[in-house]
Design a binder for this molecule. Sequence first.
Ligand SMILES: *[C@@H]1O[C@H](CO)[C@@H](O)[C@H](O)[C@H]1NC(C)=O
Ligand SMILES: *[C@@H]1O[C@H](CO)[C@@H](O)[C@H](O)[C@H]1NC(C)=O
Length: 548
Amino acid sequence: MKMQSSFVIFVVFLLCCCNCNIPTPSKRPLEGATVNKFKSTGSEYQSEAYALSSIYLADLSKREEKVHATAVQYLKSLEDRVKLVKAYIADYNNSQTTVEKDINSAIREIDVGASPIKSFKMISRFAEDLRAIVRIRDDAENTFMERMMEIQGLHNWPTEDDAHDIMDGILRIQFFYKLNLTEFVEGTIDGTQTGVKLTSRHCWSIAQFALSLQFYTLALEWFSVTKWKLRQENVEERWPELSEEMVIAAERFTREHHDEHFDDQLKSGSPFIYTTRIGEGPELPITMREHLMNNYIGREFCTKNEFSFINFVALCNGHNFQTKEDKTKLRCWLERDLHPYFKINPLKMELMHETPSLVQIHDFIGEHWIQVLKRTANPTLKRPPPRKDEETTPRTAIYAWLSDEEIEEIDLIKKIESLTSINVATQKASDRLQIAAYTFGGHVGLHVDSLDKNAYLDERGDRILTLLMYLNDVQQGGLTVFQTMGTSAKPIKGSALLWYNSLKNGAVDRRTVHAACPLILGQKWIATKWTHLNENMFKWRCSTDPEI
Ligand SMILES: *[C@@H]1O[C@H](CO)[C@@H](O)[C@H](O)[C@H]1NC(C)=O
Ligand SMILES: *[C@@H]1O[C@H](CO)[C@@H](O)[C@H](O)[C@H]1NC(C)=O
């Protein structure tokens, strides 16, 4: 199985990109998977993928409705054909006398010619019965194939890679959130009943996939739930190629490999990934997430190398690491004074963190603007091509980039300028507005928006300001977390997050490191505006004091 996976990229990311000095990544395998193995596969992405795009998925779902209707017809034609074939065979059988079966074929040929009844029946079988069988087949196959070809249409036929992307998303959610798999396979996702269940066969596929990525403890959870489902299902419901013995054997294999890797890790001196050997015990091992969550969360760990990641996970689960003192500084207010624009319609500001400042502005954009943004973005939403700097535009969402002209009918740019008092209009001052749409599992690892060392490549200068607008309410998951600040923002429709990426001396403000938590359910649409330095030299007050 090809080990391409954005979860994997995510793992690479968490191990080496979150601004933490983890030694050589290859010495920090996650549940035994070597990071280098992951790295080498990063470029194998297909250019478009179903799993990540709600639009492709919706399109595919419409097409499948037609395929389903065709399949129902097709089944009926197959049944009709079976009836005709049976009738043909019976007619043939009934045309032979018992005596004939004993005489040799040379005599039989003469005999057929001698009997008008037998000759008539034989000719009828060819002229009508067999012809009908062939005709029904041709009609059914043609309609069926036509429908199937339609699926090939816009975005190609979903592949094994698409299935991997989906399973990847499921594993990511499983890892990030304490997902109850028993409930999940029965259609309840994090407390919400979706009404659609998985079968033992699906569970088996996900278990195998997790195993192929060497996520042993995740795989064991899936094997366990596979067994549970197998016992529930009727024999007729089960996939014939799957048996409980197979699952038990796979579990044993997984446990052995887990323990081998555990021993290797212990020898190499970096055992923190594992809790213990599993051996043959009947209990499922405690997952890595639980182990880390139990032992290494808290403010003191937030910025410490290997623990920063688990604190990111904790923030995604709603933890907050701000101190009492931090919290006393937080407040909400109506802002009227930034610009005359806001005199009548004041901004609803919520200070999420004081220094560096992080503000969530509620009701920043209304329904009409949101519809315009989504509608304008729709035709060009695409998965980005593979790139080295995965963190800039992660491939777990689809994106569109809108120029100022494309969104002229709304006053967004002017509103952002009024809010920030810096130049946002024109391509020189800012990036085009990025629209991103995520489906479940979609996420962005820890990163800063600053271009930092690449900034000199950009004639516009570094990205000094980020304004991130939420275009919908997210059902579950999908928080925006600021690790060093120890806080998170909820995607609330129409609200916007605002922060500055650079210190006044121009250096990157690493305290703005942030991430988008995996989405558990629903979709997440955001619009982001990054504003650059060079057009704002005089508006952006410079200082040589690194503390500001
Ligand atoms: C026709 O005869 C074959 C053997 O000659 C037998 O296997 C089959 O069951 C018979 N089918 C019917 C419909 O009588
Ligand atoms: C998962 O949910 C089921 C059904 O609600 C419950 O019986 C089981 O104890 C839960 N498992 C865990 C590990 O919480």
